[in-house]
Design a protein around this ligand. Sequence first.
Ligand code: PMP
Length: 429
Amino acid sequence: MQQALFGRSASLAQQAAAALDGPLASRSAAALQRLERSMSSVNIPPPECMLRPLEVPLRYLFGPGPSNVPPRVLAAASRSIIGHLHPEMYEIMNDIKKGIQYAFQTDNNMTIAMSASGHAAMECAVFNVVEPGESVLITVNGIWGERVAEIAERIGANVHRLVKAPGGYYTNKEIEQAIEKHKPVLFFLAHGESSAGLCHPVDGIGDICRKHNCLFLVDTVASLGAAPIFMDKQKIDILYTGSQKALNAPPGTAPISFNEIACNKMFNRKTKPVSYLFDMRHLSNYWGCDGKPTRQYHHTGPVSGFFALRESLAILAEKGLEESWRKHKEVSTYFYKGIEDLGLKLFIPDKDLRLPSVTTISIPEGYEWREMLTYIMKNHQMEMTGGLGPSIGMLMRIGLMGYNCEKTNADKALHALADALKNCKKSKA
Ligand code: PMP
């Protein structure tokens, strides 16, 4: 009934516009539309904001993500939609799988992209391999370990935290001792702890986990493409990332890969995972990883998001991982020097432990960090951010990743910081 009324309104307005010419026509059509709307059967009128065009400002996204997206990736996302179960879409998903295998440096067949952000990959990993009551060990040296701990607690796991101050790192000996003590089925580490700006060493940890029959789960949301990671060589059992950081796709998809040891655990569990949407039994079929001849409908994947992800993985493949790592190292080293020249202090003292994609700066004494960030946004249209979780009030974060990873952008960020230092009044003496 309502639809019929709207249909009639539209055609009346169109008829009026067609019958008259020029500005008179559009004014009459608008008046008619208003009149017809007032006579409509709906109680809630169309909101005024929806009658205005979409406005999106241009910003330098120099925070910890999302990062600016190259025009080529934006163009891919604006291609016509095809069905999520069309053979061409399966081909595109197969390409994405190969692109992720390259980016992760893995041969794992069980390699897919989640139809949601990095948190979905975190939940997918934990939901599928951990059963209620099982022991898990999680490093918490920033926000991301705490998030994974909370996810594991929600499904009734027996969670053990290895807590350090933001930016703290763990020796392999400490990790092995904790694994011996808690006998976890899963050990979690953030490779790129973006809330602190730490890039944690990974070598040797996979061997420790294998020795103790424990799965090794690594978060590379903030580090993939910016710092080397070798899933197979480093014996990582489950690895995930996000689309919106150094990969430079829009937010909303999240690559994840499971090796055979992880598959063995998740496909031989006694209970069903709590989430239907994130159940790898279904997702493995949707992504053609389960060896079955047909793929069944499970959910409607984000078609445009997958186009964009494919394009961003194609750019990484064309450029090459080594070149991407080299560029991030070069630009971040250049940036560190500029920061120190401004008299600012880098939050992670050891340069080898700094995350090349997200640089953290200790809050300069006497300054109010929120005021500096607001000033930079207002005067330079540039996003930089404060800390997150336990690092709030300790530091500011500046991300130069993927498409944004250029010395010219480092100069822009340094110029904005220098301007803020000059103009943001000191709140303390
Ligand atoms: N892990 C890390 C290291 C991150 O930096 C982020 C995002 N900032 C996430 C996980 C969560 O990703 P998302 O916001 O895409 O859900």
